[in-house]
Design a binder for this molecule. Structure first.
Ligand code: FAD
Length: 390
């Protein structure tokens, strides 16, 4: 019997662990190096779409991830006057869930371990070489058929490769907090409220918790405050929000991050591939960072099927050819959505009018293209229905 193919993955985030689990289930010997002392995620909600759900279903962990978590029934946008701008019923392909990040990382970690992946924490990777070598900070070196840099936005693996990269943080960021759930957010709806350059997301996580995010320009000091969240500012910005909701806003601990952006001129170099935010970080305006990461991991696995040691560099180039167009499209739309929601130069009513009158069917197809692609890996049990909105 031929020896198992080997993969060394830098980064024990959702992207790296998902790829490791998928490959190990196909007979690969997989090792994940995580520089942190534990596998963990920040404490917030995580909006996941069909693009992630299909892959988590394949790993047998979707039920576990969404156990007790909200599955949204509708997705709606309200403007700064409190007017409903769009309201979309969610079907099988446009499905959205809102578990805690910890539930997702714990589940992919467990799936990886059950598939036999070696997960090394406190293992800091320095560099990867085109011939399949991985260099670690303790001076040791590992060799594999495939090396993957899934080490996030600030990827050292990527930055050590001769691949031109466009990388920046935007002038917009997002504060995230989880607060007790109450009357205003009683419905299982995904709600965004835009006002000028501010964007408020209200997303119930479970029966008792709601994930709230505030997107705004970093220069707006009151809007970007985290310790504590400036509830009075948000009450002034959205005067129609009920007091009982405003009073809950500073009841959770808040974290803030600027929106990231990465685009690489090539996705691989020899036997080294990039994955997840290391490859294509994008502003979270469409909530597709994880969806892109794990569905591109699934696409990579498909491309590697049947490949032997010699064929791997070509398989990586084939993966880029097939997965890149949708990735770039999703990233472009996330950037457009960021400009529309957070840097709109015109007046509020003009934006609402435009959003109400856009040809929704075409727009939904563009925004949801990555969810549509995931259907090719979905079990046959679900008959695909494309969102039918006029
Ligand atoms: C404010 C905000 C909100 C978001 N909301 C959503 C959302 O609702 N839905 C969604 O789908 N996406 C969302 N995203 C995007 C999503 O979080 C990312 O796309 C996703 O987490 C990327 O996963 P990753 O595994 O590629 O990277 P990461 O999660 O960054 O994981 C990389 C891992 O590599 C490790 N590492 C780094 N360097 C090294 C090294 N040298 N050696 C070893 N290990 C290393 C890190 O410690 C980390 O554990 C959001 C992003 C932001 C900023």
């Amino acid at each position: 019997m031929a020896d198992a193919l080997t993969v060394e993955i830098a980064g024990g985030g959702i992207a790296g662990l998902t790829l490791a689990a998928l490959l190990a289930r196909r007979g690969w010997r997989a090792t994940v190096h995580e520089r942190d002392s534990a596998i963990r995620e920040v404490g917030s909600g995580l909006v996941i779409h069909n693009s992630s759900a299909v892959v988590f279903e394949e790993l047998g962990i979707l039920e576990h991830i969404v156990d007790g978590a909200t599955r949204f029934t509708r997705s709606r946008l309200i403007d700064g006057h409190g007017e409903l701008v769009t309201d979309k019923q969610l079907d099988a392909v446009s499905r959205m869930y809102n578990p805690l990040r910890s539930a997702v990382i714990n589940a992919v970690h467990e799936a990886a371990q059950q598939a036999g992946v070696e997960v090394l924490t406190g293992s800091h990777v320095l560099r990867a070489e085109a011939d399949g070598r991985l260099l670690l900070s303790d001076g040791s070196e590992r060799r594999a058929d495939l090396v993957v840099g899934a080490d996030g936005f600030h990827s050292q693996i990527r930055d050590g490769l001769p691949i031109p990269v466009s990388k920046r943080t935007l002038a917009t960021g997002c504060t995230r907090t989880v607060i007790p759930r109450g009357a205003y957010d009683a419905e299982n709806a995904f709600t965004e409220i835009w006002s000028g350059t501010n964007r408020l997301g209200i997303c119930p996580v479970s029966e008792t918790q709601t994930y709230v995010y505030f997107g705004c320009e970093q220069a707006n000091q009151r809007a970007s405050a985290t310790r504590p969240v400036d509830a009075a500012y948000w009450a002034e910005t959205y005067p129609f929000l009920p007091r009982e909701f405003i009073d809950r806003l500073d009841q959770g601990s808040a974290i803030r991050h600027l929106y990231p952006y990465v685009r690489c001129q090539r996705w691989s170099h020899g036997r080294v591939a990039l994955l997840g935010d290391a490859l294509h970080a994008l502003p979270p305006t469409l909530g597709q960072g994880v969806g892109l990461s794990v569905s591109n991991a699934r696409a990579l696995v498909e491309e590697l099927e049947g490949a032997d040691h010699r064929a791997i560099p070509e398989a990586l180039r084939g993966w880029e050819r097939s997965a890149r167009p949708l990735t770039d499209l999703t990233q472009d739309w996330s950037m457009r959505y960021e400009r529309l929601s957070s840097r709109w130069p015109g007046n509020e009513s003009a934006r609402s009018w435009m959003l109400k009158h856009l040809p929704r069917k075409r727009l939904n197809q563009r925004l949801g293209a990555i969810d549509q692609r995931a259907e090719r890996w979905a079990p046959a049990r679900r008959s695909v229905s494309v969102p039918q909105e006029g």
